[in-house]
Design a protein around this ligand. Structure first.
Ligand SMILES: Nc1nc2c(ncn2[C@@H]2O[C@H](COP(=O)(O)OP(=O)(O)OP(=O)(O)O)[C@@H](O)[C@H]2O)c(=O)[nH]1
Ligand SMILES: [Mg+2]
Length: 189
């Protein structure tokens, strides 16, 4: 049985906790506290340490799902969980101010995850119709971080099927890179 450790990262209110709750087959371990930053994102609670859930894909793949806090003041957990993870789903809330630049900033903060396995980007809250839309994210990625080859999906973290598609894309990506890595090393001069 293969085991994967996947991190959900991205800014406050992007839907990391929501996505893990949609996907997990076990009761999610959450560390929610009252949100003192309601002027930034208007929701009652925010993650202060981590979320943890699990899902089995097919008969074989057990996936451990970790969510980190979006707020940078809790970033001590970022470094701890970054070391464990072998892939990342980065969620970005399309309705946040300066959402495209926020994606670039968070990608830079979590760039190790790209080297350690792979990254998929999910843009959430597009249904609210107030953000820049998907094309703006793919264009910014190609222009500003061409070294990051990561698919960009529009997602609704409340929807289990959306999140399963994103997760399976990430795992396929990680497995493909793991298979190609020995061949690339052997071919190196
Ligand atoms: N309309 C809409 N609401 C969404 C969508 N995705 C998430 N939400 C809502 O947005 C909120 C996201 O909150 P969380 O899941 O707590 O976000 P988080 O990323 O864990 O945030 P922090 O832990 O504070 O960093 C929830 O109220 C979700 O129901 C979406 O695509 N559309
Ligand atoms: Mg959360």
């Amino acid at each position: 049985m293969a085991e994967h450790v996947i991190l959900f990262a991205g800014p406050m209110g992007a839907g990391k906790t929501t996505a893990i709750r949609s996907l997990s087959e076990i009761d999610v371990v959450s560390t929610e506290a009252a949100n003192s930053e309601r002027h930034v994102v208007d929701k009652a609670t925010t993650t202060v340490a981590l979320d943890y859930g699990e899902i089995t894909l097919g008969a074989e793949d057990k996936v451990r799902l970790y969510g980190v806090p979006g707020q940078k003041r809790f970033d001590f957990m970022w470094s701890i969980l970054k070391k464990r993870a072998r892939g990342m789903i980065m969620l970005i809330n399309d309705d946040a101010p300066d959402a495209v630049q926020t994606m670039i900033d968070y990608l830079d903060d979590f760039s190790e995850l790209y080297d350690q396995g792979g990254v998929v980007i999910g843009v959430s809250r597009t249904d609210l119709g107030v953000g820049p839309g998907l094309q703006a994210y793919t264009a910014a990625l190609a222009e500003q971080r061409p070294q990051f080859i990561a698919p960009v999906f529009g997602v609704d973290p409340r929807d289990e099927n959306h999140m399963r598609t994103v997760l399976m894309t990430l795992i396929a990506n990680i497995e493909m890179r793991a298979m190609l890595a020995p061949a690339a090393e052997a071919a190196a001069p």
